[in-house]
Structure formats: structure tokens, C-alpha cells
Design a protein around this ligand. Sequence first.
Ligand code: NAI
Length: 511
Amino acid sequence: MAPRKQVQVQSPDVEYGEEAILARVQYETALCQRDGDAVVVTPKRRRLEVRTVRRPHRVGAMLVGWGGNNGTTLTAALLANRAGLRWETREGERRADWLGSLTQSATLKLGMDAEGRDVWVPLNTMVPMVDPDDLEVDGWDISGLNLEDAARRNRVLDVEVQRALAAQLRELKPRPAAFNAAFVAANQQERADNLLAGTTAQQLQRLREDIRDFKQRKALDMVVVVWTANTERFSEVRPGLNDTADNLLAAIDRGDAEVSSSTLYAVASVLEGCTFINGSPQNTFVPGCVELAQRHGTHIVGDDLKTGQTKLKSVLVDFLVGAGIKPTSIVSYNHLGNNDGRNLSAPHTFQSKEISKRNVVDDVVESNSLLYAPGEHPDHVVVIKYVPYVGDSKRAMDEYTSELLFGGRHTLAIHNTCEDSLLAAPLLLDLVVLAEFCSRVSFRAHGSQEDFVPFHSVLGLLSYLVKAPLVPKDTPVVNSLFRQRACIENVLRACVGLAPDSNLLLEHKLS
Ligand code: NAI
């Protein structure tokens, strides 16, 4: 794909330097104090400087679970887009694209032209971002199948696509994996033929060497590690095991069986200075792991990719509650027939998924005290069943029942069918692209001589892309999809000295 032209802002508040874009912005918030029923608000204004390094890192993604549905689909999409692949389908010719990707296929409203018409630009033209065509990929899997065979097994990609990419996919073979079988369904053991030997501590060393090896072979200056392997059960969190960074490292050293594979990969990534993204629901980021990331100043992002049902839920419930309608019951049924579904058929892994899917409406419900009394909550049930025949084409059926005026009932029933991995692969790309972008942005107070401060290790900015956003301790979780997207847009705007879009449009509203 030809590179897109970058937006250029002409303003005394922006300097496009050789190395970095330096922007000055006003950050406005409102400090609220409750006094009984009354609320007293004090507007707060701060001038900030935002610094964005212009040159993206030469970045590589290492996928844990590379041979899985998401891993093979993302890899195939990268190869197909790089080659500008075209193939025949029964509906005619199709060309590789990045539909479903926020960074590659979505736009934001920049402003208005002289005639008062909205001007929209691709998100990735606001500031320089990694071009997917330049992204290197590597990874681990407990199954040693090369990616051609893995893609055939996964039954996601069109046969024509598999054929066109076969030679390239065949060359890609996952590295042997660290695997703690006690954390996934017993049925996953059948594919585990590509495992690291040795103690947990030795495996940690091997994972670290793998990261260094990839970095060196591909001459990379940044590696992002993404967990897109099976959903694990939650790890126990207890003092002496994983409550602090030192205790977690000690638990790895003594080979404690309660250290999950995903936490082991996360620790390896942090120790190698890499960003780690958790695409599954389990509590990979136990307190000790979060502390370790903070200690090493690396970024972590979690948890669980937000693809279909949860994305829609975070929009619908936001809309209903925002409209003053009271959702009282939300019931979600899923059935799917891919390996993810097979793994989720065990109660302990299902529970992780259930928790990550269930919490998504909490902040929206809490936002409206007119509808819900303290502690009141809609009934919210999530069911997931494994049905092999439907393969990767997941079915999600949701019923939302709400209360209306005069005790009326409002029921929405939604049926959602699509290949799960085709939704997930663009999200994985976005996570890597945006995580890399975040590594180049820093802030300080205007006029300060202090060093610029990067984003917190726990990268809450990427909440838009994950079901159960991990945020820094004692900070609020935002689940509303619109607010999450607005946050990304507004950060991009701030990087080039633009105020958040107020949507006032007074130009069109005054007489
Ligand atoms: P998958 O089962 O096809 O792929 C997972 C891969 O991980 C398998 O190839 C497996 O062999 C490998 N694996 C398991 N344990 C491993 C370990 N310790 N080290 C290295 N590799 C390991 O599953 P899929 O569909 O690709 O999903 C991956 C994860 O993403 C799942 O946890 C799923 O819940 C999550 N997810 C997927 C979404 C989607 O839309 N596809 C949406 C949200 C989350």
C-alpha cells in the first residue's frame, strides 16, 4: 500500500522537529465536590507539552499461540497485504485489505473546510505510525505445525488464499513453547508436541533468548509480545507467590506450579524491555507482574481482545443507559467450534472468559444513579458452548431487556455470526501499532524543565481494543466504546496540538 500523506498542522503550538513533534495543548478537566445532593464544580486548566518521536521503531511482533486461528490469520493478512494479494472467490475478485482495523481502515474527524463541511482523515495520518508492511512476525506454539499446515487445520482462510501464501507460510515454524498444562483444558494436551524442556527458570531464559534472537536476526529495535494462545484459568493470587515482583521472580526460580505460562511469557517480555499484550481473559498480570513492568518501565496491555459480542454490548448498554432506559437483564449465548471453543469447554477456562465478558457493563450502570440504586445491577448471564460444526464462525445471541415508561418492557434480540479470527486479527495489528506509537509519546507541564514522562506502564489508552481493560491501580475502568475511542482520537489530536473535538458545531447552529 502506498504510504498515506501525513496531516500537517499549522499553528504556533506545534513544532515539527527533525526528531520529534512538539505540541502545546490545553488540558481541561472539572474537579467535582459533592455536598449532600449538590455538586460543586471547579474547572481546571493545565498547559501541557506533548512530545512524539517521529520515526516509528523497526518493530516485530512475537505471537504466543502463533499457530492458532488468530496467529495464522494475522500472519496471512500481513503477508497478503504486503503482496497486494488478489484472489478469486465465488463473488468475484477480492483484494487483501485491513477491514476491521482502527489504525488502517478507520477515520477521525479532523475539522471543517472553508465551506463548513466535515473533513475526515485516516487515523494513521495524524502522526507517523508503523506500516504493517514493515512489521516482522515470529512466535511460539505448543503445536509444532508450520503455519501452512496450521492454517489448513484452522479452517479460517479461503483455500485460494491458503494456496497463494502456502510457500511463505510453510517457512514459518513456531518456536517451542513454555506450557503449564494445568492452566488450560485437558484437551489441549493433544496438540502439545513442541515444548520447551527444563525448569521454569530455564524456560524463562529460553523465552528471553528467543526474543533477543528475533530482534537480532531481523535487526529490530522494538519487540511487542502478544498472548493470543489459549485462555487459561485464573492463577491464584497470594502473598509470597506473585504479590510482588520479587516474589514472582522467586516463584519462577523455585518452579512454583501456580505460575501460569502467560505470566511467564509476560515476565520474559518485561525483562527484555518489550511491551506485552494479553489477548485473553486470564489474570496474566498478577500484581507482581504489574510491579515488574513498572520497575522496568515497559508497557503492558490487557485483557482479552474485544471483537464482537462485547463490543456491541459496550455500545448498546451505553446507548440504553445514556438514553435513560433501564436495562434489567442481559443474556448472552455463544457457540463456536474452533480450538478456542474447545478449550473453553472446560469449566475453569470458561470462568475466565465469563468474568471478562461480565464486567463490561459495570461502569455504565454505575454512571446513572437515577436508574440504579447503589449496588443494583442488571441480571447478566454469559453462556458459551462448544459446537464443532460451526468452526471459527462464532454465533453470539444476546437478549437485552429494559424497563420503559409506565413499566413497559423493551427487548432487543441480536444474532451475530462471523469468523471470530477475521475480527481478531486486525485488532491484534492495531494493538501492536498503537502500542508502538505509545512508546514514542511523552508529556510534561508547559514550561517545565523536567524530563518528559511516558505513558504509565499499564497502558489503559488501548482499552478500546480489549474486553476487560487493565488500568493503573486505583484508576477508573472505562468500558464505554465511544469514550474509549474518543480517548485515542484525542491523544492523537493532542500530539499535533489540536484540542479534543467538542462536537459543538456552533458554526451550523447559531442564527
Ligand atoms: P486457538 O486455540 O486457535 O489458538 C491458540 C494457540 O495457542 C493454539 O495454536 C495453541 O496450540 C497455542 N498455545 C496454547 N498454549 C500455549 C502456550 N503456553 N504457548 C504457546 N502457544 C500456546 O485460539 P484463537 O481462536 O486463536 O484465540 C486465541 C486467544 O484469543 C484465546 O484465548 C481466545 O479466547 C482469545 N480471543 C479470541 C477472540 C477471537 O475473536 N478470535 C476474541 C477474544 C479473545
